[in-house]
Design a protein around this ligand. Structure first.
Ligand SMILES: *[C@@H]1O[C@H](CO)[C@@H](O)[C@H](O)[C@H]1NC(C)=O
Ligand SMILES: *[C@@H]1O[C@H](CO)[C@@H](O)[C@H](O)[C@H]1NC(C)=O
Length: 299
């Protein structure tokens, strides 16, 4: 790496001494638009201009792709939501950035990881739709914070905060947290306050019509209402989940599995309030393995 750094410094000196105009041209646009596969192979009839030389050099050092050398198809591409303008400062809404990053990942012709780095990423309701071109992994290292503006959840999103719809071979993992920030909904629940109208609140995360789904190592807390819903989905492994909400949170059920087949939930802890269901299976065929690790309790 230090050798690479030296070479990079050298190129930076060269670039600077040849004038800033090339530099600003080459570097404009998000990093994600730089793709080593846009670079022509040796066989191509390619004009060796100074500008292209610089672009290739920058591509080489800034590419985040892991390429299977000798193959034409890359093994894996990593896309970070930050490359699309997401900011994990807990203040700015990141829905547009997440949506664009998802589009890029979902349409990528090769296995792809969509990364959410450490940080607090505020999110309005959002739908991640398939089908995607290849296996897709969403790695959540940071925290997704639900918008607590109730008017954001309207129309289609009346019942959803995050929904993955019609995605096959999807993995969601990373050790991060999904925080439904449900307090505003609980305060307005008729179960808390009899004067309030009884209305449904959004589910924190929904998997709808997915196939070959893996959900691992995530914490899901303080859902607006239900924490996790798995619906019309086939072949699911969920493990290492921690699903929690305070003892007195109303209607914050843990995991609902509806009309789904072959669902395994293991090594998970669900504790979502005294009068709420840990899990409910409705119209589903499922197996639960490692039941002894499956703790259903308020913690
Ligand atoms: C894609 O996922 C399937 C399992 O769902 C796996 O068998 C396959 O190896 C994956 N593809 C790659 C290239 O990793
Ligand atoms: C879930 O795990 C089982 C083994 O326990 C495996 O056979 C199955 O393919 C897995 N399903 C997915 C979607 O990864």
């Amino acid at each position: 790496m230090s050798l690479q750094r030296h070479i990079l410094s050298l190129f930076i000196i060269i670039i600077v001494s040849f004038g800033a105009c090339y530099c600003s041209k080459v570097q404009e646009g998000p990093l994600s638009s730089i793709n080593v596969h846009d670079s022509p192979s040796i066989d191509d009839d390619y004009g060796w201009t100074f500008k292209n030389f610089i672009k290739q050099t920058i591509d080489f050092f800034s590419s985040n792709e892991v390429v299977n050398e000798g193959c034409t198809k890359p093994l894996l591409r990593t896309i970070n939501v930050n490359d699309y303008g997401a900011i994990g400062n807990g203040l700015d809404d990141n829905s547009v950035a997440f949506k664009e990053a998802w589009q890029a990942a979902c349409s990528y012709d090769g296995d792809v990881i969509l990364v959410v780095s450490e940080g607090d990423y505020l999110l309005k309701p959002i739908k991640f739709s398939g089908p995607c071109k290849s296996n897709i992994t969403v790695e959540i290292c940071g925290t997704l914070e639900a918008s607590n503006e109730r008017s954001d959840y309207s129309g289609y999103f009346k019942r959803y905060w995050i929904i993955f719809d019609s995605v096959e071979k999807l993995s969601v993992n990373g050790g991060g947290t999904l925080n439904g920030n449900g307090n505003i909904w609980w305060e307005n629940s008729c179960k808390r306050n009899k004067k309030k109208p009884c209305k449904d609140a959004p589910t924190a995360v929904t998997f709808h019509k997915c196939k070959d789904l893996t959900v691992e190592d995530l914490t899901i807390v303080n859902a607006q209402q239900m924490h996790v819903r798995i619906q019309d989905t086939v072949n699911v492994n969920a493990s290492g989940l921690k699903v929690t909400a305070p003892e007195n949170s109303p209607n914050t059920d843990g995991i609902h599995v509806t009309n789904s087949q072959i669902v395994q939930i293991s090594s998970s802890v669900i504790g979502t309030g005294t009068y709420n269901l840990c899990y409910q299976f409705h119209g589903s065929r499922l197996w639960i393995i490692a039941e002894k690790y499956y703790q259903c309790d308020w913690i």
